[in-house]
Design a protein around this ligand. Structure first.
Ligand code: ATP
Length: 257
């Protein structure tokens, strides 16, 4: 059984225009898939329908055997605990330290009271330290997040997601605010956790060359519809042109294949 399934999913924010139109695809456990497409194509909407940050208007979404659109509050909470999310603007609590932000990754599994009181077990703290070390942030453990660089903040975001022990990580433009060097570190880390921990990754990207380099499979979205779904190596200039409706040469500086 696929880990994630979209069946004829549509989303309209205003009942007139469709942000997503009849989207059908499935993702197997362990895949690393990038979603590419021009601004406004529907990439964020697609990703956010999975954990119901956005509610789809039509169709069926199955995650790990659960019907996302039909799930009640408790079932949704359980599902969200299994789905990590990484955002372009990190979504950290900036005035809190790295370790506190990473520990927030366990909140989905705790009661509201022990979560609010900041009660974490010794095991959870050890695990958080271990993950922070893995992310190369050992020197920043007690630093406030507003003192970190963008690349370091995104590594905290990844550490927080790993802390959840998720089955899947959704990454919404994870490198859009970073320079090329920091972007490479983040993409390498996402690939590493995909390969070593078997965590399925679904990544929205603006950079076609990065998507081709890191993904096995690419889903191309244009005008709320899937216009390509296949191996990264089969993505031709013509298909890229169709997705972006502009010249592939303008979009790909260096394919690095
Ligand atoms: N909260 C909202 N209310 C109304 N319309 C929205 C909302 N969010 C997105 N849209 C519209 O839905 C469409 C898809 O937007 P979405 O943000 O999913 O695209 P995207 O491919 O992620 O774009 P970008 O790459 O610029 O982030 C766009 O036409 C957008 O204007």
């Amino acid at each position: 059984m696929a880990l994630l399934e979209f069946q004829n999913v549509s989303k309209s924010y205003d009942n007139v225009t469709k942000a997503l139109s009849d989207i059908t695809f499935s993702i197997e456990k362990g895949e690393f898939v990038s979603i590419i497409g021009p601004s406004g194509a529907g990439k964020s909407t697609l990703l956010r329908c999975i954990n119901r940050l956005v509610d789809a208007s039509e169709g069926t979404i199955i995650f790990d055997g659960h019907d996302v659109r039909q799930a009640g509050k408790a079932e949704m909470r359980q599902m969200r605990a299994k789905i990590g999310m990484i955002f372009q603007h990190y979504n950290l609590v900036e005035r809190l330290s790295v370790i506190e932000n990473v520990l927030h990754g366990c909140l989905g599994k705790k009661s509201a009271i022990s979560g609010m009181a900041g009660h974490y077990t010794e095991e959870e703290k050890k695990e958080a330290f271990r993950i922070i070390q893995e992310m190369g942030l050992s020197d920043q453990v007690y630093k406030r997040c507003d003192e970190l660089s963008g690349g370091q903040k995104q590594r905290v975001g990844i550490a927080r997601a790993i802390m959840q022990k998720p089955k899947m990580i959704l990454c919404d433009e994870p490198i859009a605010s970073l320079d090329p060097k920091a972007s490479k570190v983040i993409m390498d880390q996402l690939k590493e956790i995909n390969q070593t921990k078997g965590i399925t990754c679904l990544v929205n990207l603006h950079q076609v060359d990065v998507a081709i380099k890191y993904s096995e499979r690419i889903i191309g979205v244009s005008g709320g519809k899937i216009v390509y779904d296949g191996p990264a190596e089969h993505l031709t200039k013509e298909i890229i042109q169709q997705i972006y409706q502009s010249s592939a040469n303008d979009l790909i500086m260096d394919l690095q294949r």
